[in-house]
Design a binder for this molecule. Structure first.
Ligand code: ZN
Length: 249
């Protein structure tokens, strides 16, 4: 049950499934996952979590991204269903409690900001699964990735497979968690976006997704907006450079 196979076909296992719920934060990864799901499922709904994020820019971008992505393809427009937002102030309180000791946000030696909430993805996936169940959806899609590993243990494939098993047992119905980016690096994630939606999708992701830990949106780089130096920006920029270098003969 817990074997960690490395799927070469990111669409493996979705036969017969017609609906999916995408964990959609408004970042590069979850937007790529949304396009991936729109290509594969007849009905695609999205869920976001509001836990009083210090930077609301990601949440604000979700609506913009949903509007723009359905304009890219009539099929995607037909398939895109409702958006759900779940309020999780308790997660914000856990994150804040770290800040009462250290007021400044800084990057820890493990490359994570000190506002990091351990096991956050497990909470998100559990709530998403409960929502999916009520919506008669048996597939969750998330942008967790182990390859360009940013240090979050709850992004690892073994964690996701274990939670898929726990959710299926705990709800008494199979719940599949699809993670199309799990084995891709950030350059391959840009490549996947172009495969799914061509240059218009790449442009949309550059212009409207938000990744930066510091909430910077002042400076526009070739890869999008961000401070350019936090770990999230560094990963995104490095992936862009490798992909665009590879894409240009
Ligand atoms: Zn940044």
């Amino acid at each position: 049950m817990m074997e960690t196979t490395a799927p070469t076909d990111p669409g493996a296992g979705v036969r017969g499934a017609t609906a999916a719920l995408v964990l959609f934060s408004g970042g590069q990864d979850s937007t790529t996952c949304l396009a991936w799901a729109l290509e594969r499922y007849d009905r695609v709904e999205t869920v976001g979590f509001d836990y009083g994020q210090r930077h609301r820019i990601e949440l604000d971008q979700r609506t913009v991204l949903r509007e723009h992505i359905q304009a890219l393809s009539p099929r995607w427009r037909d398939r895109l269903g409702p958006d759900h937002t779940l309020d999780l102030p308790v997660l914000g309180r856990i994150a804040d409690s770290a800040l009462t000791r250290e007021r400044a946000i800084f990057m820890q030696e493990n490359g994570l900001p000190n506002t990091f909430v351990p096991a956050r993805n497990l909470v998100f996936l559990t709530l998403a699964a409960a929502l999916a169940y009520r919506r008669s959806i048996h597939t969750l899609v998330g942008g967790m990735c182990q390859t360009d590993y940013s240090g979050y243990p709850d992004c690892r494939d073994a964690t996701i497979r274990a939670q898929q098993e726990a959710l299926s047992l705990g709800m008494g119905e199979p719940m599949t968690i699809q993670t199309p980016l799990m084995w891709l690096d950030k350059a391959q994630t840009w490549a996947l976006a172009r495969t799914l939606g061509g240059t218009p999708l790449v442009d949309l992701i550059v212009e409207h997704t938000h990744t930066c830990y510091l909430g910077e949106r002042g400076e526009r780089h070739p890869w999008g907006y961000g401070c350019g130096t936090c770990p999230a920006c560094a990963l995104r920029a490095d992936g862009w450079r490798r992909w665009s270098g590879e894409a240009t003969p």
